[in-house]
Design a protein around this ligand. Structure first.
Ligand SMILES: NC(=O)N[C@@H](CC(=O)O)C(=O)O
Ligand SMILES: [Zn+2]
Ligand SMILES: [Zn+2]
Length: 342
């Protein structure tokens, strides 16, 4: 098969950042996505409905935004109130709240220090029908970085799932077989997003034969057996797994540094990169469910109506792309991608 037409996809986890870079990030996300769940870990973070409204307006003011629908999220802190949850739901623009364990990832310093602190908020979310999106890693210094997702599942997420049986929970950017199994074995209210880079790469790509900072993201790439489990889950057709790129731009010099930032940029070629993975697995027929059906179905939103067409035709990714007045090195920068959106 050399062409593939699917219902228009959405990106259920993306970082657009703010300020001068928005023109570039909004251009890339709106190339073919109908909607995108916009992460709230900006500086300062999007902690209130009012801030989410203003951020949404800045996104919609971009030149390429007209066909794109940003789905906004709130950044949970120890001080988020149940009233804020009701305001967020009533606004109609906020679809979910994001749990960043404090210190777990980029701009998570004002995140939640103990999940017990947000139990009244989780209760309000369960009542109101706002989704909980989770960066699933513990931050305990003595837990090895490669074990932080697994430890989170056991120590933090399992009790929350148990205590809030009606709360819809998405374990974002999963990276391990443990997360795949956790999500499969949980009820229908628990799902997961999977990034293109965690499907394409494992830790050898990042560390063997030289250190490649553009592959450094959180949760960190794991060994190949985990990558294989993720490919299995994504291409299985199971409705619990769907597309969330976690495309997370950081300027080139912030990545190529003695202490580089976590995050990989894939929005310039996301669907194309996923298509490579599904093609290689012999599962192209499952791409549409993963990219275009399972996400809206889980969120309780309508599927997009129109289609996009992919062609198996290789193209060259520029070595760098503009990011405001800086540049980024995108995933596959200076190399080829095998699929192209028409
Ligand atoms: N994934 C990352 O490595 N980085 C993300 C934050 C996140 O999604 O955890 C970012 O905002 O840069
Ligand atoms: Zn994250
Ligand atoms: Zn992210």
């Amino acid at each position: 098969m050399t062409t593939l037409t699917i219902i228009r996809p959405d990106d259920w986890h993306v970082h657009l950042r703010d300020g001068e870079v928005l023109t570039d990030t909004v251009r890339d996300i709106s190339r073919y996505n109908g909607r995108g769940v916009v992460m709230p870990n900006t500086v300062p973070p999007v902690t209130t409905t009012e801030l989410a409204k203003q951020y949404r307006e800045r996104i919609m003011a971009q030149p390429h935004a007209s066909q794109f629908q940003p789905l906004m999220t709130l950044y949970l802190t120890d001080n988020t109130s149940p009233e804020e949850i009701r305001t967020a739901k009533a606004s109609g623009i906020v679809v979910a709240c994001k749990l960043y364990p404090a210190g777990a990832t980029t701009n998570s310093d004002s995140g939640v220090t103990s999940v017990k602190n947000i139990y009244p908020v989780l209760n309000a979310m369960q009542e109101e029908g706002l989704l909980l999106l989770v960066h699933g890693e513990v931050t305990t210094k003595d837990v090895d970085i490669f074990d932080r997702e697994k430890a989170f599942l056991e120590n933090v997420l399992a009790p929350v799932v148990n205590d809030f049986p009606k709360l819809k929970i998405i374990l974002e950017h999963i990276t391990t077989v443990d997360a795949v199994n956790f999500v499969k074995n949980a009820g229908d209210n628990v799902a997961a997003t999977i990034t293109a880079h965690h499907l394409l790469f494992n830790r050898n790509h990042m560390l063997a034969g030289g250190i490649r900072p553009h592959f450094y993201c959180l949760p960190i790439l794991k060994r190949a057996t985990h990558q294989e489990a993720l490919i299995g889950a994504a291409t299985s057709g199971c409705k619990k797994f769907f597309l969330g790129t976690d495309s997370a731009p950081h300027a080139k010099d912030r990545k190529e540094s003695s202490c580089g930032c976590a995050g990989s940029y894939t929005a310039h070629a996301a669907l194309e990169l996923y298509a490579e993975v599904f093609d290689k697995a012999g599962k192209l027929e499952s791409l549409e469910a993963f990219a275009s059906f399972n996400g809206p179905d889980f969120y309780g939103l309508p599927r997009n109506q129109d289609t996009v067409t992919l062609v198996k035709e290789s193209w060259d990714v520029p070595a760098t792309l503009p990011l405001g007045s800086n540049v980024i090195v995108p995933i596959r920068g200076g190399e080829k991608v095998e699929w192209k959106v028409k």
